[in-house]
Design a binder for this molecule. Structure first.
Ligand code: ZN
Length: 335
């Protein structure tokens, strides 16, 4: 079988948060990301789905949350993302460390991982994050109204670190089906990067620091218990596919590998397929388009509650069931 073209990198990462107004404050006012879509969980419309990204909501820049204020905290362990990595411009970590500490966010001392300067901290609900200095992997549009100056703004999703009970099954799946290559090993972490990432040559050989936005770091942890989703954990990692055709070809390859992918689901701003990789992490394949401005003026992204067309008829009940997001969400500050 010919191998399908690999995904084009990360599309979005979705995580579970606690209180939605605290989540909004942290990602918008502390990390300076734009709320590009305020919607609801399509499977649980009494819960928000909040999307933070760059100024235009470009694919690969987007971290999204289901705020379940009353859910249990997540349990770390194999099959659950241990830390989510975000790309920031080279030489911006001193700015970020000072900014985060001044806002009461405790940071670890910056250190290099796979040669990249990395600043680790957690969001208010325990989601482990790190800012990593690297070149922009994707199209990036600064958010003009951000409290963070454009030259320091978060550029993209960088990658994720995941402990797995056994490395080999996930490794074979990543390499044979998803089109990753094994790049390096450091301190027990194995770095995998999608073919086609910047900094790789045709054979997938590294040229310097490579792969921002296309990375998955795995650590084999045979003795660790299975982790569990909850507040502060990543729910799934979504990878970008070009279009419906690309999605079908990858979905077929995933099915041939015995991973039982879902049907193609219309998420309105993109089309999605879900499946578990062998290590227990939920993956999604999401199309590049049509994107977040399909139903909103790009200038006004995130300002009003957006519902997919099939939920629009229930707007009154849905709005009544959702918690107030507080003054931060009344309108976006303008540059
Ligand atoms: Zn998703």
């Amino acid at each position: 079988m010919t191998r399908p073209t690999p995904p084009r990198g990360l599309h979005h990462i979705t995580a579970i948060a606690g209180d939605p107004s605290e989540n909004l404050h942290f990602y918008q006012q502390v990390l300076g990301m734009r709320l590009v879509k305020k919607s609801v969980n399509q499977d649980d419309p009494a819960t928000y789905h909040l999307f933070y990204a760059d100024g235009d909501g470009n694919p690969g820049t987007d971290i999204t949350f289901f705020p379940w204020a009353h859910a249990q905290p997540g349990t770390p362990g194999v099959g659950v993302v241990e830390r989510t990595l975000l790309t920031v411009p080279p030489a911006s970590l001193p700015y970020w460390r000072q900014r985060l500490e001044s806002q009461g966010v405790r940071t670890e001392a910056p250190r290099a991982h796979f040669g990249e300067p990395t600043l680790a901290f957690s969001d208010p609900h325990g989601l482990a994050l790190a800012l990593v200095e690297a070149e922009d992997p994707f199209t990036f549009t600064p958010w003009r109204a951000s409290p963070v100056p454009a030259e320091h703004q978060i550029r993209a999703l960088h990658g994720a670190r995941v402990p797995v009970r056994e490395l080999d099954p996930t490794r074979r799946f990543l390499e044979d089906v998803m089109g990753f290559v094994h790049l390096a090993e450091e301190d027990g972490w194995h770095r995998f990067v999608l073919r086609g990432a910047r900094g790789l040559d045709a054979e997938g050989v590294e040229r310097g620091s490579a792969g921002a936005g296309h990375l998955l770091d795995l650590r084999e942890a045979p003795g660790e218990a299975r982790g569990a989703w909850g507040v502060g954990s990543v729910h799934h990692l979504a990878w970008t596919v070009d279009d419906a055709d690309h999605q079908v070809r990858l979905r077929d390859a995933v099915a041939s590998a015995g991973r039982r992918p879902s049907e193609i689901i219309d998420r309105f701003w993109f089309q999605s397929v879900y499946f578990m990789e062998p290590g227990g992490v939920l993956f999604e394949l999401a199309t590049k388009g049509p994107g977040f401005s399909v139903d909103e003026d790009p200038e006004a992204l995130g300002e009003r509650l957006i519902l997919p067309p099939w939920l629009e008829g229930h707007r009154t009940q849905i709005e009544a069931a959702l918690p107030d997001l507080g003054p931060a969400a009344v309108s976006e500050p303008r540059a």
